[in-house]
Design a binder for this molecule. Structure first.
Ligand code: C2E
Ligand code: MG
Ligand code: MG
Ligand code: MG
Length: 293
């Protein structure tokens, strides 16, 4: 009996490991069928114009409704999708869904729906081949969306692998009228010199810098400097991860044209988004004109 218990104990950690591996295998198995089983859903998060309180655009963010695990976020399953070679299919589906959704919303008799931009995240592997161009063309064609209302959010690290190749792809997309935004700005490895290579229109300041507001002089100066940098480069500015009024006013006063974060809205399903932002007269409290204006 004692021998039995000892053995159970020594097997405890390997059992846990075994369970973790099995859990992952089970998720991977399910992920292969998630798209076909209609378990993937695109959520939308608003970007708010702080000066008038109206919505200025939205970002498409992917969710997986797992029948047992509940709603899973991309951090959990996109790395798996990448390993399983499912990214092309998923990215294509997201792009198509988001473009079709905006095109549908543009047909609503809504005062502010006409100039809204749909931002879609692009993964680093999409930029390695020519997939992205195909994906974008196909989604624009099937939805009928004017390219100027599509924005691609690209992280800095997706730019550094093969800069010349990536720059060529991005220039082709820009030639179609698509907007490009640099996501999670400040967290990656790209240099300032690097930035000139790419036809970027928008900088999205990462939430880790926004979180510096109210945390002392030095984090605030860093954020202010990043905002000033974007202005010097004549780039549009979006601040992400806005959770407090204080963060919102700090960014708005210094000239961030759009604010995005839980303070305004979490990412929500399309029907909720429509009810909240597009069919009513919903408006957030405006913050006032930027200091520099
Ligand atoms: P991201 O593009 O930088 O998106 C911002 C993330 O911050 C989202 O997480 C969003 O839900 C979250 N967020 C928004 N406002 C706040 C806030 O006020 N506070 C905090 N703490 N977080 C906030 P999510 O949806 O889990 O997505 C994580 C990342 O996964 C995204 O980062 C993006 O890189 C990637 N991703 C999401 N959807 C897709 C997709 O369809 N395709 C690809 N390739 N990547 C995607
Ligand atoms: Mg993004
Ligand atoms: Mg981001
Ligand atoms: Mg991020």
């Amino acid at each position: 009996r004692a021998k039995q218990e000892g053995r159970n104990q020594s097997h405890f950690y390997s059992d846990q490991l075994h369970q973790a591996v099995r859990h992952r295998m089970y998720l991977e198995r399910d992920l292969r069928h998630a798209l076909r089983n209609n378990q993937l859903q695109v959520y939308y998060q608003a970007k708010i114009n702080p000066y008038n309180g109206h919505i200025g655009g939205m970002e498409a963010l992917l969710r997986w409704h797992h029948p047992v695990e509940g709603v899973l976020t991309p951090g959990v399953f996109l790395p798996m999708a990448e390993e399983l070679g499912l990214m092309f299919e998923i990215d294509q589906w997201v792009m198509r869904t988001a473009c079709a959704q905006l095109q549908e919303w543009r047909s609503l008799p809504f005062l502010h729906a006409q100039e809204l931009t749909m931002a879609v995240n692009v993964s680093a592997i999409q930029l390695q081949g020519d997939n992205l161009i195909y994906t974008v063309d196909e989604a624009l064609h099937s939805s009928g969306l004017d390219p100027r209302y599509l924005e691609l959010e690209i992280t800095e690290n997706a730019l550094i692998r093969d800069p010349a190749h990536v720059a060529a792809i991005l220039h082709k997309l820009v030639a179609r009228g698509v907007k490009l935004s640099l996501d999670d700005f400040g967290t990656g490895y790209s240099s300032f010199g690097h930035l000139k290579l790419f036809p970027i229109h928008v900088l999205k300041i990462d939430q880790s810098f926004v979180a510096g507001v109210g945390k002392g002089d030095s984090p605030e100066r860093l954020l202010a400097a990043m905002i000033a940098f974007a202005q010097t480069m004549e780039l549009s500015l979006v601040a992400e991860g806005i959770e407090t009024e204080q963060q919102a006013s700090f960014c708005a006063e210094r000239g961030c044209e759009l604010l995005q974060g839980y303070l305004y809205s979490r990412p929500i399903p399309s029907n909720e988004f429509e009810d909240r932002y597009l069919t009513g007269s919903f408006r957030h409290e405006p913050i006032g004109p930027p200091q520099s204006a």
